[in-house]
Structure formats: structure tokens, C-alpha cells
Ligand binder design. Sequence first.
Ligand SMILES: C[S@@+](CC[C@H](N)C(=O)[O-])C[C@H]1O[C@@H](n2cnc3c(N)ncnc32)[C@H](O)[C@@H]1O
Length: 273
Amino acid sequence: MIDLPDGVRDHYRATGLTERLKTALTVFGPEQARLTPQQLAALDQFHTRGLAATAELAKLAGITAAMSVLDVGSGVGGPARFLAETYGCRVTGVDLSEPFVDAARYLTARTGLAGQVSFETASALELPFGDGRFDVALLQHVAMNISDRAGLYREIRRVLKREGRFATYDVVLKGGEPHYPVPWARTPATSFLLTADATREAIEGAGFRALAWQDDTEAAKAWIAQLRASGPPPSPNLGVVMGPDFAQLSANLGRNLMEGRLGILTAVFSTST
Ligand SMILES: C[S@@+](CC[C@H](N)C(=O)[O-])C[C@H]1O[C@@H](n2cnc3c(N)ncnc32)[C@H](O)[C@@H]1O
């Protein structure tokens, strides 16, 4: 088994998560009521700009119904469910956190998408799949938890088909040390941010060729400004998943973006160089 900092697992430990979700979701009706990915978006899209960002990344990656998609670091599965519902593709999610994977399976059953979407507990550095298995791999707000970037991108490339695509949506270092805690790390010990240029170098070094490359920092800042102006967040939200300090983690991410310390990168790569 690959050695990962315990702190990353601890950060996403989320004890009793599925039970907490069951309770929180009673606002949408009884347990047997089918939920939509849109209803869950405030608590299952664990990245800047939520569902809109997933939708844009999927479009940029050119996902179609015939594709087999891997979501690396799939969290509680919101992006995977959205892709399956929107495009009709098959999606496999992999995440380090067992409670997150349990919760992802529960939410997927509640949305009636279990026939198309599945989840496994595993490390992104040791994906439990043979070579050349997937058409597209997605990585949204995960790389900043992983110090071995060369290993991460090599492993993603290994499981992609020839002509496969890798779509990444990442927080990057921009102009100074971030304020902690942030949504992916309560201290710098579990945060492994790179600049956009260093990220590109690591991805290309693993044998990928860039197809799309965009700095989405301004869009993220506009989203933060809108959140600040619109008062308390909708309920239930990611606080159910991450705990009562999530508002503070999220506020620090906003502050880091607004102060130009961090940026947001969207990029799509091909395995054919
Ligand atoms: C900020 S969340 C993003 C979740 C999801 N991609 C989304 O956008 O909704 C980061 C996720 O990465 C997972 N993660 C961190 N390091 C990982 C690793 N080495 N292997 C697999 N998953 C990892 C965490 O458990 C967590 O679920």
C-alpha cells in the first residue's frame, strides 16, 4: 500500500457521515424519495464554483454517453452522479476516504444512478484498475492533497486509453503563502500546492499533451463575491460532510483567492503526444 500522510485521511475522516446525511436529507422528503443531483449540489460538489465548474469541465473534456469515465478523488460522488445523469456515461469514482465512499454509494442509490455509477476506496497513487481502461479521467480539487505529483499523473495516464483525456480542475499557488485552514487542509502539513506552471510541467512530464488551459481565478473570485453577498448558504450544505468549521475553511479559501495568494486552473490533456 502506498504511504500517504495520515493527516490527509484524518482531514476527510467524516465519522458517521452517512447517518448525518440521512438526517440532513429528510428536508427533501422520506428516505424512499428519489433525489436529483441538482438537489444535492450544495453538499456533494466539493470544489470552487460547485456544479457549474463540473458542468464546464465535462464539456471541455468532450464526455459522451459511450465513454467510461474515472473520477479520481471522487469525494461524496456529486460530480460522478452529475456526469452519469447528464451524459448517460458510466462513471467510476475512487477516493481515499472510506466514509466518503460509503456516503457516495448511499447518495447514488438515493438518486437511482447505482446502475451507472460505482465507487471504490483506493489511493490515486495506486489505482485498482488495469492499464488503458478509461476514456476520460477527472481530477477536481484533489491534487493539492498529493505531494507525489509525478506519480499521480503517471498513474492517471496508465489507466487511460490511447487518445484518452485527462481533465483537471485545481487550486494553484499564485502570489504568496495561503491562510489556513482551507477546505482541503487544516494545516500546511497536508497541503501540497504547486503553481500553474509547475502543475503543467508535472502533467506534461507524465506524457500528456495540453488541449485546453485556462486560468479560472476571476470566475472563482466572482463566485466568492456572489456567495458573500447572498447571505447564509443553502441547507444542507458541505458543513454536513466536513463539520461545523467548514464555513471558516471556505471563508479562508475565498480570502486566499481575493488576496491573490491562490488561483484556480482548468485544463484538459490528451494521452496522445
Ligand atoms: C476537496 S475534495 C474533492 C472531491 C471531489 N473531487 C469533488 O470535487 O466533489 C478532495 C477529495 O480528494 C480525496 N483524496 C485526497 N487525497 C487522495 C488520494 N491520495 N487518493 C484518493 N483520493 C484522495 C479526499 O478524500 C477528498 O474526497
